[in-house]
Design a protein around this ligand. Structure first.
Ligand code: FAD
Length: 544
């Protein structure tokens, strides 16, 4: 039995205190918090972990400067404090980064307003030592980012926030949950609920479909949390067909271009042609830009990117960086995510809908969490477990709740060099792996096999991570490795197609795939890349 099958068998063989539905950041955070409190916890995800919104965000761990404008001070303060906690808990995954916010004549927020907002932002960070924001005259702004449009520039400010790898952060939180005893399985869908006797008819068990084992099982549980993000209402209706929808999903698109086509020294805040705020964020050899924010009522699984979404983003970049002249052929990858926002019930613009979260309890006792942010997952998890299982309140010592995530003990350069020497690998390879996996890079390096080093560095790096991902991170399909556990799909020139066969061969060996399954995995991956690039077809393009 592999770890995933063991987790499912464990769930079937016990009555859980809590079953979490959904392996995005919200579900992962709750499973971790509950497991740390010593509760019997299971988490099931019908696709791969983070396959929903939690791998499709702007990848910021941030207070959300723009929410100050709508007076969401509590939310912003909480998010700023969580940002600082996460930098400590996962320094290999959540990194402080400088952001430049240029201001132009006629912008909705003049420099003096930005200065007030950033003063508050810094103040919210409290005792945490964060570099204070700096306000610059136009010449200072251009010295920082020489490619910015100089015409109309009235000044700008540099402030600190943080960037992350959203999918890997989710995986690290799940790894921490598993270490604390949570039973966790991907490719396991909730297909129904069992209710107890009237009059209360409370949910007593959940019906699961194991898509890899092609089996069904029923798991008894005291409480169930629906943390399915954009699928929230679908799950609520599965349990209570009369449930009134509470979500108003909005779609957000990003595009990535090679870094040399938009060379930035730091992340930059941009304004779209309709004056919405967007970000351009350098990430390794690439720069990504986003996001759009439009109401969405299509298929929740793979929200499509339209040519018009891409044009809108490129127009915003070219407005701010006119000399870059980005065009469609510069775009390497795109991604679209759905924000599981709560419907305020009025006609306000998508960007004005609050990012706060709320719990909904059905008559059968199913608790559903709607809204929220990647940044605040930990604080949300504490509040949710307090609410769901109040007797467990205070059971986890405060230090454990903010204890480092796996891999967090960042290795020193000397340790990395020593590990590279002892494994006999080039130092740059060890540096790259340590950058992504923190102190766990030693276990990744341990996957090295004779003959591996004959291949180019990128291939070696990917193959080591593939084997590690299968053995330690429950990667079970080709896309699990290429899309969410490594940057290949989004941040490589060929979207990982050139190395897909090598990865599939390693997975086949470790997971016992025959030639047919291996070919099917390859075909599915190439199809996914094709879908991601479908916006280039001439028939794609409704306005965002
Ligand atoms: P999801 O990640 O969608 O997870 C829900 C999971 O439930 C899915 O994986 C799905 O497969 C699973 N599921 C569905 N049905 C079932 C079933 N029947 N059985 C089992 N599993 C099921 N926040 C930030 O803090 N910073 C940002 O920079 C940021 N940028 C964003 C940009 C965009 C474009 C978007 C869309 C959001 C952004 N957010 C950001 C918000 C943040 O990404 C989301 O709040 C967060 O990822 C939601 O996580 P979740 O776990 O609630 O949902």
């Amino acid at each position: 039995m592999d770890q995933r099958e063991e987790a499912l068998a464990g769930m079937a063989g016990t009555r859980l205190d809590l079953l979490v539905i959904g392996g995005g950041i919200t579900g992962a955070g709750v499973a971790r918090e509950a497991a740390l409190r010593g509760l019997r916890v299971g988490l099931v995800e019908r696709n791969d972990f983070a396959a929903g919104t939690s791998s499709r965000s702007t990848k910021l761990v941030h207070g959300g400067l723009r929410y100050l404008k709508s007076g969401d001070f509590r939310l912003v303060r909480e998010a700023v404090l969580e940002r600082q906690r996460l930098i400590q808990m996962a320094p290999h995954l959540v990194r402080s980064a400088a952001f430049l916010f240029p201001v132009y004549r006629g912008d909705p927020d003049p420099l003096w307003k930005l200065r007030i907002g950033l003063t508050l932002y810094d103040w919210f960070a409290g005792r945490h030592r964060v570099p204070r924001h700096q306000v610059h005259a136009p010449a200072g702004v251009l010295a920082q980012e020489p490619l910015l449009q100089p015409a109309g520039l009235t000044g700008g400010a540099i402030y600190t926030d943080a960037v992350t790898d959203d999918a890997r952060l989710t995986l690290a939180v799940l790894a921490s949950a598993r270490q604390a005893g949570a039973l966790v399985a991907n490719y396991t869908e909730v297909t129904g609920f069992t209710h107890g006797q009237p009059p209360r008819r409370q949910v007593t068990a959940v019906c699961l479909r194991d898509h890899l084992g092609d089996a069904s099982l029923t798991v008894g549980c005291r409480t169930v949390l629906n943390a399915t993000g954009p699928w929230l209402d679908a799950l609520r209706r599965l349990e209570d067909p009369g449930a009134v929808p509470v979500l108003r999903p909005t779609k957000g698109v990003h595009v990535a271009v090679p870094g040399h086509r938009l060379p930035l020294r730091q992340a930059v805040v941009l304004r779209s042609t309709d004056r919405r705020l967007m970000f351009a964020i350098p990430s390794g050899d690439y720069t990504y830009i986003g996001t759009t924010d439009t109401d969405y009522d299509g298929d929740l699984g793979e929200p499509p990117v339209d040519a018009a979404d891409v044009d809108y983003i490129l127009a915003a970049v070219n407005r701010s960086f006119p000399d870059c002249r980005l065009t469609v052929p510069d775009v390497v990858s795109v991604w679209a995510g759905l924000r599981p926002l709560l419907d305020p019930g009025d006609g306000r613009r998508p960007a004005e809908v609050s990012r706060d979260y709320r719990l909904f309890r059905s008559p059968g006792g199913l608790v559903s969490v709607g809204g929220g942010k990647l940044t605040t997952f930990r604080a949300m998890a504490v509040q949710i477990v307090d609410e769901l299982l109040p007797e467990s309140r205070g059971r986890v010592p405060a230090v454990a709740a903010v204890a480092p995530l796996p891999g967090a003990a960042r290795p020193t350069p000397a340790e990395v060099a020593a590990a590279a020497a002892s494994a006999g690998v080039p130092q740059e390879l060890a540096v790259e792996l340590a950058g992504r996996h923190g102190s766990d890079f030693i276990q990744v390096l341990a996957e090295l096999r004779p003959g591996d080093l004959d291949a180019p560095r990128r291939t070696v790096c990917l193959r080591l991570q593939t084997r590690y991902a299968v053995r330690h991170e429950l990667a079970r399909r080709l896309a699990d490795v290429l899309v969410r556990r490594t940057p290949e799909f989004l941040f490589s020139a060929d979207n990982g197609r050139d190395l897909a066969a090598a990865v599939a061969a390693d997975m086949a060996e470790l997971l016992g795939w025959g030639p047919e399954r291996t070919q099917a995995e390859l075909a599915a991956y190439l199809d996914q890349v094709g879908q991601m690039q479908a916006w280039r077809r001439p028939d794609s393009g409704s306005p965002p």
